[in-house]
Design a protein around this ligand. Structure first.
Ligand SMILES: Cc1cc2nc3c(=O)[nH]c(=O)nc-3n(C[C@H](O)[C@H](O)[C@H](O)COP(=O)(O)OP(=O)(O)OC[C@H]3O[C@@H](n4cnc5c(N)ncnc54)[C@H](O)[C@@H]3O)c2cc1C
Length: 373
């Protein structure tokens, strides 16, 4: 993985520079390495779903290319709902192509009025014969321009909050679906808005049971959230490497800045925080691979801590670089911009804390209940 990232992906990322396209050559390198297979069961052309392998891959890729990293993540976000909720036909039709990287996927949950508060989504899907008619706007959809298909969530029962949401597979080119490239992020990212206007989606594209979409969405996030933490590890590691190198070379007052405690203690903090985050990420991934069931709390902890850690570490790396660190075109400046969005997407830091706190309190109440009975 390290070799693929360093020898294939890194030169391509440098060649393409700051474009928010997803270059086909990067996808081809990832396909050739069979990287998408780690997200899918063997029965459907994968190597078996492995959270640990996904985290290792994202940690390696994000050091050199946010585009490659996000592409792998989106393949999981769009593909894993089919793994957990798809029927046999859906799995046979889509999973082998996703595992081979011959189809690219995305995940469309967020709306202009519904990010953290998923239940307030306004997109609707109304049954009409053998189709559902979808209407609504999905915002901030990663790789949405490049993706061939995706999973979209809409209300099939407007009065039931989270329990009225269903998941559907959509494909690019469906009549009534328009893809608008209107959002420009501070860092590299193919980010679009999807507009569904009387879009007829075959009923056979519904994933899982009607009104069961929220559970599918959250099960998918259990796997992918910890991997956002892994991606943050790669970003932080790249920043630490740059800071160490720079601190050994740069001299002030006749000495390398690494000889000053004010700098070297920053390096110590960065390395320690990075390792602490790494332990959280791989604990969550290991638990998932061992079949521990839902690992929501551990995954949220890993995502929350690792992405916040990357923000702090990259900031320290910029500081160690002094003036040149805030100069456009420097790797450390790019990392500073790249480290920001992961603290927001797939659930903000505040939402992760809510999830963790709710689960801790629920466990405590259950323990109290057990003692009383
Ligand atoms: C780069 C990028 C890529 C993305 N990719 C995708 C994608 O592929 N698919 C997709 O569906 N979505 C995607 N998103 C959307 C992302 O998941 C949402 O932006 C995120 O969940 C936050 O939602 P919001 O922007 O509506 O903010 P809001 O929910 O409006 O939150 C605004 C602020 O209020 C805080 N807040 C909200 N509620 C509470 C509360 N109860 N307690 C405390 N604080 C609270 C939040 O933490 C945040 O700081 C992406 C976003 C970005 C930036």
């Amino acid at each position: 993985m390290e070799r693929l990232s360093r020898e294939k992906v890194k030169p391509l990322a440098e060649q393409y520079g700051e474009t928010d396209e997803v270059p086909q050559e990067i996808i081809d390198a990832m396909k050739e390495a069979g990287i998408f297979r780690i997200l899918f069961p063997e029965q459907y052309g994968g190597d078996g779903v492995s959270a640990v392998k996904l985290c290792i891959a994202r940690e390696a890729l994000s050091r050199f290319s946010v585009v490659a990293d996000v592409t792998l993540a989106m393949q999981g976000l769009g593909g894993y709902p089919i793994v957990v909720a798809g029927d046999k036909e859906q799995k046979e039709k889509y999973l082998p192509l996703l595992a081979g990287g011959d189809l690219l996927s995305t995940y469309a949950l967020t709306e202009p009025g519904a990010g953290s508060d998923v239940a307030s989504m306004e997109s609707t899907a109304v049954k009409d014969g053998d189709c559902y008619i979808l209407n609504g706007t999905k915002r901030f959809i990663s790789n949405g321009f490049r993706a061939d298909m995706g999973v979209v969530f809409a209300k099939t029962d407007r009065d039931r909050g989270n329990r009225g949401i269903s998941a559907f597979i959509y494909t690019k080119g469906m009549e009534g679906l328009s893809i608008r490239k209107r959002i420009k992020l501070m860092a590299l990212h193919d980010l679009v808005e999807l507009q569904f206007t009387d879009c007829r989606v075959p009923a056979t594209n519904m994933l899982g049971a009607e009104n069961g979409g929220f559970k599918t969405a959250m099960q998918t996030l259990d796997l992918l959230r910890m991997s956002v933490g892994a991606s943050a590890l790669g970003t932080a590691r790249a920043a630490l490497d740059l800071a160490v190198r720079f601190s050994l070379r740069r001299k002030t007052f006749g000495n390398p800045i690494s000889s000053y405690q004010g700098v070297s203690f920053k390096l110590a903090d960065m390395a320690t925080e990075l390792d602490a985050a790494r332990l959280l990420v791989y604990r969550a991934a290991d638990l998932m691979d061992k079949g521990a069931g839902r690992v929501t709390k551990e995954s949220s902890m890993a995502k929350y801590y690792a992405t916040e850690m990357a923000g702090r570490v990259v900031d320290m790396a910029v500081q160690i670089h002094g003036g040149i660190g805030v100069t456009r075109g420097m790797d450390v400046e790019r990392l500073f911009r790249e480290a920001r969005a992961p603290r927001v997407y797939e659930g903000t830091t505040e939402i992760q804390k809510m999830v963790i706190a709710n689960l801790i309190l629920r466990e405590a109440k259950e323990r109290e209940g057990d003692q009383q009975s």
